[in-house]
Design a protein around this ligand. Structure first.
Ligand code: BF8
Ligand code: SF4
Length: 630
């Protein structure tokens, strides 16, 4: 070992610059150019002080105009905007979860979608009190899918998944009146509260923001993760690669992008089909390479080892390689720019979901009933497009790293069994990890999540923070585009143990893991919630006492704010590198960074200076250790 050479952000930027030269040749637009046209951003929007929720406005708050026409003050306006932002994110994650439940409902032993993890299905059924004895697994799948779908609209009660949380956490939620009821209800109530003439009290708006967030993390997202595992298999550690160099100039390149694994799983299935590979060869290619962008990539990387071409702000780069025959998208985080950009190349931009329809795309509507035939059609379309490639435009940066991925909660527990010194049997629990933390071999853990955002040098914050954390013996669990940043840099290569402090390095060696563990897509942050819940139960400590924090240094989406709310509401201090449009209200700032601590024992820290951000996280972890006397 010791031969790991990380890929630097400078090298990635140089590769992007080279790709943008190709773009310039064909007159392509790019986010780097559009950012220039959009900056400086509108100050009112940036501070969250603009309101346009009724047609008397838009109203914007200034020292001279401290209230909107209806009399709403800046705190009400910023608070409503924040709640709406959260509701957008909670709706989006949860609707993804709902789609997965529908896919599960359609699963058949001889159909395109099967139950790949029956054991997990039975485990969840028992947890929910659903009779499993003597039941056909597909009958059970349909019953569970229907039960889960009811969680979205049930008239009474709270989310079933909340019972997974430690009792103390459940009590905090109950006492603060933030236990999420039906998922759709929390989204609708949020929009209702943020309507003209409803709530303008920051406390009420923040409380509902936490509740809507919890409806996501401990509701819709958990459905998404758990039933995706049932359908496609629970991830286990496996090796893959990351960065643009995973694309292969000799092959038909299909890039899957978006979030819902129902589409990408099928595309991968057909791309492996010998008939399709023969078809690609008949078109002059040597084979088919599927790679991914964004969370769909995380999903198929975790379960199939499909390589990750890049994260959010690299989505245009895959087309700029000139070697992308088709970029196939489902929902969320897809740049509408891909349509016009693809027209500058031979690339087919294939949209598939009624939820994400875009100009300049080929729309191949994908649904559960016709999944197999549509996936085949998509793969064939890509193969047929190989001959339209313009060889003089092809340039794939020779840049990739090895990554070991697939650390679902189940896989993590199994893996960590290898590091215990305990005399008693602790297998199948989080106790080995607790031992490492209490003994100080590992100082704590950070959940690194979220997007890229041009406001932060792309990937730089993710990578630099992770390097410093692991050097300080803090293990990192990562998801979403943060995980992909780590993988591209090389931090998910097991050899990255050499960048760790002595304690974490030893754990990495004993457990044979990289120091940054890929836990999946953003929806899979529910896996992290399960992990902290089990750490709390196994240690007897409250979640807020654990030396664990969350961090989204480059976030950009509404989903990220919804996530932030449920991570904080779960008792985990959360550090943001981008302000969530609340700078305009001192009261909202106070509620989010301090006030919520009285309800949920955790709060936000916003810090745009990356150096300070990492130091604050380390300090927070050490404070928690001191409080525990460890
Ligand atoms: O849900 S991290 S840019 S891809 S929003 Fe999007 Fe952000 Fe990436 Fe996945 Ni998550
Ligand atoms: Fe203006 Fe009030 Fe209407 Fe908002 S709700 S646009 S502050 S009048």
């Amino acid at each position: 070992m010791g031969d790991l050479k990380l890929t630097t952000v400078e090298e990635m930027e140089a590769a992007t610059a080279r790709l943008l030269e190709t773009g310039a040749k064909v007159g392509a637009d790019a986010w780097q150019l559009r950012v220039k046209n959009q900056t400086p951003h509108c100050k009112f929007g940036e501070q969250g002080v603009c309101c346009r929720i009724c047609a008397m406005g838009p109203c914007r708050i200034t020292p001279k105009a401290p209230r909107g026409i209806c009399g709403c003050d800046v705190h009400g306006i910023v608070g409503r905007n924040y709640l709406k932002f959260t509701a957008g994110g909670a709706a989006t994650h949860s609707d993804h979860g709902r789609e997965i439940c529908h896919t599960l409902y359609e699963a058949k032993p001889d159909g395109a979608y099967k139950v790949k993890d029956p054991e997990k299905l039975i485990r969840i059924a028992k947890e929910w009190g659903v009779e499993t004895e003597g039941k056909d697994i597909y009958d059970l799948a349909h019953e569970m899918a229907e039960t889960a779908l009811m969680e979205y609209g049930k008239p009474f009660g709270v989310q079933r998944w909340l019972k997974r949380a430690p009792e103390h956490t459940q009590k905090l939620w109950h006492d603060a009146e933030i236990e999420p009821r039906a998922i759709d209800r929390e989204v609708a109530t949020s929009l209702h509260m943020a309507h003209m003439g409803c709530s303008s009290l920051p406390e009420a708006l923040v409380r509902q923001s936490l509740r809507a967030g919890l409806a996501d993390g401990w509701g819709g997202s958990m459905c998404g993760t758990e039933f995706s595992d049932v359908l496609f298999g629970t991830p286990k550690p496996l090796d893959t690669e990351a960065n643009l160099g995973v694309m292969n100039a000799d092959n038909v390149n299909i890039v899957v992008h978006g979030h819902d694994p129902s589409l990408s799983e099928m595309v991968c299935e057909y791309a492996d089909d010998p008939e399709m590979i023969a078809y690609a060869k008949s078109m002059g290619a040597k084979g088919i390479t599927v790679s991914g962008v964004c969370c769909t990539s995380n999903e198929v990387a975790m379960r199939r080892g499909v390589p990750m071409a890049g994260n959010f702000l690299q989505q245009e780069n895959v087309v700029l390689t000139g070697a992308c025959e088709a970029i196939v998208v489902d929902v969320q985080c897809i740049f509408p720019a891909l349509g016009p950009l693809s027209k500058c190349f031979h690339t087919k931009f294939i949209t598939t979901s009624p939820i994400a329809q875009m100009p300049d795309s080929d729309y191949i509507r994908f649904d559960v009933g016709t999944a197999a035939e549509k996936a085949k059609q998509i793969v064939m379309t890509a193969c047929e497009n190989f001959k339209n490639r313009k060889p003089d435009l092809v340039y794939i940066p020779d840049m990739k790293q090895k990554a070991t991925v697939g650390y679902s909660f189940e896989a993590l527990v199994k893996t960590l069994d290898g590091v215990t010194n305990s005399q008693v049997d602790v297998t199948g629990t989080t106790k080995p990890l607790i031992e490492c933390i209490t003994s100080g071999v590992i100082r704590g853990a950070v959940a690194m999540v979220g997007c890229n955002n041009p406001k932060i040098r792309p990937d730089y914050a993710h990578i630099e923070l992770m390097k410093k954390l692991i050097a300080n013996d803090i293990v990192v669990v990562a998801s979403g585009c943060s995980a992909q940043a780590a993988a591209k840099a090389g931090l998910m290569d097991k050899a990255a143990k050499d960048l760790c402090g002595a304690g974490l390095k030893r754990v990495c060696e004993l457990a044979d893991i990289p120091p940054v563990l890929h836990m999946g897509s953003c929806v899979d942050i529910s896996r992290m919630m399960i992990l902290v819940a089990e750490l709390s139960k196994d240690s007897g400590l409250n979640i807020s006492q654990l030396p664990v924090v969350g961090c989204a240094p480059e976030w950009m989406s509404e989903k990220a704010v919804s996530i932030g709310n449920y991570v904080v509401a779960t008792g985990i201090d959360t550090f943001l590198g981008v302000d969530p449009y609340v700078a305009g209200s001192s009261e909202m700032g106070q509620w989010l960074t301090e006030g919520v601590r009285d309800w949920v024992e955790a709060a936000y820290t916003v810090e745009t200076d990356i150096e300070k951000l990492v130091d604050k996280m380390i300090d927070r972890i050490e404070e928690k250790r001191t409080a525990l006397g460890i």
